[in-house]
Design a protein around this ligand. Sequence first.
Ligand SMILES: Cc1ncc(COP(=O)(O)O)c(C=O)c1O
Length: 376
Amino acid sequence: MNLFDVYPLFNIEIVKGKGCHVWDTEGNEYLDLYGGHAVISVGHSHPVFVSAITEQVNKLAFYSNSVINSLQQQLADKLGKACGYDDYALFLINTGAEANENALKLASFHNGKRRVIAFRKSFHGRTSAAVRVTDNPAIIAPVNEGLPVTYLSLNDPYLVEAELKKGDVSSVIIEGIQGVAGIHVPSDAFLQSLRRLCTKYNVCLILDEIQSGYGRSGKFFAHQYAGIRPDIITVAKGIANGFPMGGVLISPMFKAVYGMLGTTFGGNHLACAAAIAVLDIMEREKLIDNVNRTGDYLMKELRQLPGIKELRGRGLMIGIEFEQPIKEIRTRLLFEEKVFTGVAGTNTIRLLPPLCLSMKEAEEFMNRFRKVISTI
Ligand SMILES: Cc1ncc(COP(=O)(O)O)c(C=O)c1O
């Protein structure tokens, strides 16, 4: 049986990781400024993370959501404290798309409405409702088209109010920082307007913090720069450092009803053990402070480089947009300088390193990056 060929692959197989470094089958060592697509939060193979999973799998990997799993409550307690939402409730699933799927459903159950407002260039996942609110027609299949969605430009509250006034909107969904679009930060004033408008028109505000959350922006959630509290927050990626997991943080205004949401694998014992270890490590190693330190350094150094059209982002979520396509820069970084980076569109390099990136590693990245840029 062949694999269904949907990914254009680099001819590299990564077989080992440690901190912010990974190794391929040939023994080449790479500096990881990509974090496996913003997934590795506390670093590859962190010993506390490894022993938490190992201990758990030796006891029990999985049992169903029909019995008590006290690890879920432990995780909810720690997460509530870490992010400042201890009055919210947590629903656990396995991926980011599922988190958004459940968030959109919950909003619609709550206010009985259907239409969703999303934003241009948004990415929210690939399942039915999540992909429908994603602004990319190429990945929306006819079977996904049922949900009515209106895509609006970012940072224009007047457009949002004109739609909410019509009275048929269930939710507004927005990324804390747009990732796939190339790291576009919604203005604090815009997020504050969204909060005010959603309250005024009884519409649920959903913050997708799947890529921008869990400390990546320099605060636990990117929307916390704007000082707002959304009705629903979705998380995944860094939550369990590579173990598949997603979560929906739900404000107290939503009433839980038995059976309204559900999942087989969500919140399983192994995923919870991984996610608890991640929060413990983040706290013990003060990783959010580290994100601010190394993120500020990278921004400062990158600002001095020639040829950059625009530099965007917060913390360790950085978009470097060039005038010209970046394919050669990225390929040379990978194959000559042994540095993994991400990409957005054709002209933007995305940096999404593990949150434990040290100053020495940040400096090392800058040296290798400067070398490539200077010879392009
Ligand atoms: C902002 C955002 N939302 C949702 C998703 C979907 O997450 P998953 O691939 O885990 O379904 C992603 C993945 O890149 C994302 O960046």
